[in-house]
Design a protein around this ligand. Sequence first.
Ligand code: PLP
Length: 459
Amino acid sequence: MDAIIQDEILGTVAADRAHVWHHMTQHKAFEVQDPTLIVEGKGMKVWNAAGKEHLDAVSGGVWTVNVGYGRESIADAVRDQLVKINFFANSMGSVPGAKFAQKLITKMPGMSRVFYSSSGSEANEKVFKMVRQISHQHHGGRKSKILYRERDYHGTTITALSAGGQNERSAHYGPFTPGFVPVPHCLEYRSQFESAECYGERAADAIEAVILREGPDTVGALCLETLTAGGGVIVPPTGYWERVQDICSRYDVLLHLDEVVCGLGRLGTWFGYQQFDIKPDFVTMAKGVASGYAAISCTVTTEAIFDMFKDETLDPLGYFRDISTYGGCTAGPAAALENMRIIEAEKLLENTFMMGRRLMTNLQVLQDKHAVVGDVRGRGLFAGVELVSDRHTKLPADEAHVQAVVSHCLAQGVIIGMTNRALTGFNNTLCLAPALIAKTDDIDQITDAIDRALTHVFH
Ligand code: PLP
């Protein structure tokens, strides 16, 4: 590397160390690590400040860069839009905002309205507010409780954390917003029910039991991740969704699916829920919407829900009194439109389906080979490898060992992740979410690195 460029990069690394408070980072440990600034990316690869190349198996760390790095056409679309008109808020719309909403809805039969904001947490908060407002205006304020599932995550704000089933995220941040009630998780590998028969139905029945306990006339909505991502990569078992849909209809409980991770192709269909027979009332999405090229999230709902906010005669404050400043920035929908075009033009849904199958096959080979692999699970290009110190008792592997596997992969030039750490009791799952452009060689390189890391750490 050119000496001047290297000096400049080292200066930037120093500035980063001195002034940036990083997300999810214990800075005491971080200060003694090698420079980790990522300075460039192309396709599935990224380069750090030291010039080292890595294959990224987690799409930017938090499963976001679905179409890969260095997409000039997205950068061009954003640039062209920003010089034309970058922003306008409130009722004044924008061309890309209208076009993206129209296009998105064509992929979501039954849905018709898109509310823009800029993060997954916000998109979920909008649903919580809509549900509370519906409760006030249509149920005398009674149907205000929102159910969420253990191990799910819906964002980082205090109310999103109130709906969060991961204690590592919420510890020390209370008191929380009242009215959020947990239901059991549905991970069959760590069954909470005595019999394994019809597991999906049983896990759904546990939701019904909570509704009955709380009183159906007090429960407004059920908020679930379609596939629990950071909470351990949990694919709901067969029979679950059909029963959940039935329960929601029976007790007039609105179904909110958080597709912040699963949306825009991650599971091999435009939306994860489309692989099951369900009709949600709300779907939220963020990460893959613009693949990290601009900040955008969407709260999508039906015309029936939208109509509930239109009757002025009922209440002059009856409209949805909510705004997100950057929901009015045109960079988001401009990037999202081009992102969606790429997914279609390059047939990335089909690729995700095929590469997902390869990934799962490779992971099953690792499970046969390494006793420490207790379970492998996933769908499309989102997969988890749960590590246990004893297959019989399923005692979780030590977090330090799981972290050592991640570090060994990094040393081999492959970035993988692990599910949330500390306090949760489910910090033992390796997490993989490569970009939807992954090829066979990339998948094999990822699983080969994990294979070597497991041998290194556990043999
Ligand atoms: N919902 C899910 C399922 C997530 O995984 C996340 C973030 O990882 C969020 C919501 C919050 O999104 P954001 O970080 O954009 O606020």
